[in-house]
Design a protein around this ligand. Structure first.
Ligand code: URA
Length: 191
């Protein structure tokens, strides 16, 4: 993982490299059981080089605590490892350029469950695994079985709302909490 973080740190494959302060490869246990995947680093993450340390991170820690997990129990990363300027949505080309890093992380960390957070991450992960994506609403909180790219190992994808959803849409809190409760149930069933 350290070698991979080094490669991410010197990556210049897309224009996000021009405006970033630091790359944010992600952090957590290796190997890991659960891998949470956000959209891309925000301002605080770009400054610190660590994932989900801003407002979304505080919400995420709270959601994890409700299902008996802490940040240290899960690997946390994003589909792009550099901050998009002004927190805009990462473009298709940027996601495609960064995807080999996520592929390698998944191969090395060997997670049982991938948890894309929000529509952008879910769409990127579903398309990477060749799973059709009708709409985010239809797949959130559900478990989809896929084969890991490099090893063929069985793995689940469980999309959830992005923790930051409640910062611009407070009534979405119930749906966000429901998704994490479902994730907790799915993880309990995997034991
Ligand atoms: N949102 C993300 O998707 N990733 C972060 O690291 C922070 C906020």
């Amino acid at each position: 993982m350290e070698a991979l973080a080094g490669q991410i740190g010197s990556c210049r494959k897309c224009a996000l490299a021009l405006s970033r302060t630091r790359t944010v490869p992600g952090e957590g246990p290796a190997p890991c059981r659960v891998m949470l995947i956000g959209e891309g680093p925000g301002k605080k993450e770009d400054e610190s080089g660590r994932p989900f340390v801003g407002r979304a991170g505080a919400i995420l820690s709270d959601l994890l605590a409700r299902i008996g997990l802490s940040r240290e129990d899960v690997f946390i990363t994003s589909v792009v490892k550099c901050r998009p300027p002004a927190n805009r949505t990462p473009g298709k080309g940027e996601i495609a350029a960064c995807m080999p890093f996520l592929d390698r992380q998944i191969a090395v960390l060997s997670p049982a469950v991938l948890v894309p957070m929000g529509r952008v991450a879910t769409s990127a992960i579903f398309s990477r695994y060749g799973v059709s994506f009708p709409s985010f609403r239809e797949v959130r909180g559900r478990s989809v079985l896929v084969s890991e790219m490099e090893t063929g190992r069985e793995m689940r994808i469980v999309p959830v709302y992005h923790p930051a959803v409640i910062t611009h849409n407070p009534p979405a809190r119930a749906a966000l909490e429901e998704d994490f409760m479902r994730l907790g149930e799915i993880l309990a069933d995997l034991h």
